[in-house]
Design a protein around this ligand. Structure first.
Ligand SMILES: NC(=O)c1ccc[n+]([C@@H]2O[C@H](COP(=O)([O-])OP(=O)(O)OC[C@H]3O[C@@H](n4cnc5c(N)ncnc54)[C@H](OP(=O)(O)O)[C@@H]3O)[C@@H](O)[C@H]2O)c1
Length: 399
């Protein structure tokens, strides 16, 4: 890899992930050089995995000469690199972008999550402080704010209560990075996205979690009961009060427990990448940046969008008291169990301060789009086109 003037060499972790791959592709298109730390999986080497992702993005083959994929893993003191590779990274890296993370919420996975999000980060910082790299970019999450209500500062604020091990370890990661970078004089940028969905223009995405989960569950119910009505006499549907009208709209009476004030904070992936690149270039001194939507999408609006797009009716919000009077039916229990892990993010009353980020982004007129029906429909159309990821190669959707 021969370096051109003005072009930098970025070490990127999590390049096989949703966010990391998008950042890598954007930096590559700007002519930069990339060192990608990635794991092999099943029969595929790290390089094969990353290059399959580049195919999905449509990156031309000639651009790939500016990439070196290093097979490794965070939870190893030397990141699983051999001595030669490790020294070569020390000598070449200008800036590091840490996107790799264990994003599991499950308490049963605490050990693994800590191993990656805390110990893995320390191992990476060990390399960074010994290298020529002087800028460390940490992809964190707005949800390091933890289980609080109201305004969440665009700053390091100690938190004691978290919804899950993911939030907790991400918050610990920020503290560790802050202390280490301060001690060693390395500039630290901490980027805190909220929930990232598909591209606002195309709907393209590699992950079908978060926003997609509850919508997909309703779509699943729709398929099951429509088939029951059209092909099996409809007795199951009738027993649940479900029917299909003449125009093809399915009446699906499902109550979703929520308060009217709760919402979900969604940003399209292209907005995240554009914002991140702008901050990288326009705020080289670093800092904490909330890359969020200034407007939460209310659950009632998401329900409207879902019903309109999929031709459903009957889904509605219900307060907790209603479930005490009329307990959940089988579908409502299934739905609730399925989306429980996401519940803090769907009924969110947190407000993320973002003046610092907005001031910088406004210089390039970067504004987060409102998550309206058109954006929802764009995301869901792509999800349907690829059957919620099943029609994409498994190697690029599983992380
Ligand atoms: N997506 C969102 O909505 C969102 C929102 C807020 C913040 N974030 C943050 O954005 C970052 C990226 O998230 P994402 O959505 O891109 O997640 P993702 O698609 O699950 O990707 C995670 C990446 O981390 C890698 N990784 C995990 N454990 C590793 C280990 N021990 N060693 C080396 N690599 C490891 C994975 O490698 P494999 O492919 O080998 O598994 C994958 O490349 C994370 O820091 C996350 O906290 C994401």
């Amino acid at each position: 890899m021969k370096q051109q003037q003005g072009k930098r060499t970025f070490l990127i972790t999590g390049g096989t992930g949703f966010i990391g791959s998008h950042i890598a592709v954007r930096l590559l298109s700007q002519g930069h050089f990339l060192l990608i730390l990635a794991r092999s999986q099943k029969q595929l080497s790290a390089t094969e995995r990353f290059f399959r992702l580049l195919d999905w993005f449509g990156v031309e083959k000639h651009q790939r000469s500016r990439i070196q994929v290093l097979e490794g893993q965070l939870d190893h003191p030397t990141l699983g690199l051999n001595a030669g590779e490790y020294i070569s990274v020390l000598d070449r890296v200008d800036e590091t972008i840490h996107c790799a993370s264990d994003t599991s919420f499950s308490v049963l996975k605490r050990e693994e999550v800590e191993k990656t999000n805390v110990e893995g980060l320390k191992n990476l910082l060990d390399l960074v402080v010994r290298s020529r790299c002087r800028s460390f970019h940490l992809i964190s999450t707005a949800y390091v704010a933890g289980a609080v209500n109201g305004l969440c500062k665009e700053d390091y604020v100690p938190t004691e209560t978290f919804h899950n091990v993911y939030e907790e370890t991400k918050a610990r990661g920020e503290q560790i990075a802050m202390a280490r970078c301060l001690e060693k004089g390395i500039k630290l940028g901490v980027y805190r996205p909220s929930i990232v969905c598909g591209d606002a223009n195309t709907g393209r995405t590699l992950r079908f979690n978060a926003l997609y989960y509850p919508v997909r569950t309703m779509h699943f119910f729709q398929k099951i009961y429509t088939r029951d009505i059209l092909e099996q006499g409809g007795s199951k549907a009738r027993s649940m009060g479900i029917h299909l009208d003449q125009a093809g709209t399915l009446h699906l009476p499902v109550r979703i427990e929520s308060s009217e004030s709760g919402g979900i904070n969604l940003i399209p992936v292209n907005h995240f990448v554009e914002s991140f690149i702008s901050l990288l270039e326009d705020a080289p001194e670093g800092g904490v940046f909330h890359i969020v939507n200034p407007r939460n999408t209310e659950i009632s609006h998401l329900i409207d969008y879902t019903q309109r797009f999929f031709r459903l009716e009957g889904i509605r919000i219900a307060a907790s008291e209603e479930f005490r009077i009329t307990s959940r039916n089988a579908l409502e229990v299934l739905f609730e169990n399925h989306v429980r892990a996401y519940s803090p993010y769907m009924k969110d009353t947190r407000v993320f301060e973002n003046h610092r980020t907005e001031n910088i982004l406004s210089q390039r007129n970067i504004v987060c789009p409102e998550f309206n029906y058109d954006l929802f429909a764009t995301c869901m159309q792509y999800a349907l086109d690829v059957d919620w990821g099943r029609l994409l190669e498994p190697e690029i959707t599983s992380s």
